[in-house]
Design a protein around this ligand. Structure first.
Ligand code: SF4
Ligand code: SF4
Length: 78
């Protein structure tokens, strides 16, 4: 289960998270210029705290979230 991915897709855009690698630091939420990331109460991360979900329609695939995540829990594809 460690690598189970949570995927959000729309119009060729893809944003994927690996919740079991997410330590719920929320640096990704703070850094997203589009404010399209938020806590996901339904899927818990490594410490049992909310992981992160993506409002894909507002994502511009800039990869700032992927770059800042210390735990490699986000994958962004153009
Ligand atoms: S930066 Fe990474 S570890 Fe931190 S909340 Fe976002 S996905 Fe989880
Ligand atoms: S790729 Fe950019 S716009 Fe999309 S969620 Fe990450 S930081 Fe936000």
């Amino acid at each position: 289960m460690a690598h189970t991915a949570k995927k959000f897709e729309e119009k060729g855009k893809t944003w994927t998270q690996f919740p079991k690698q997410c330590k719920s630091c929320y640096l990704c939420i703070a850094t997203c210029p589009q404010k399209c990331l938020s806590q996901d109460e339904k899927v818990l991360g490594y410490y049992g705290q909310p992981s992160v979900k993506c409002d894909i329609k507002n994502c511009v695939q800039c990869k700032k979230c992927e770059t800042i995540c210390p735990d490699l829990a986000i994958r962004v594809k153009d």
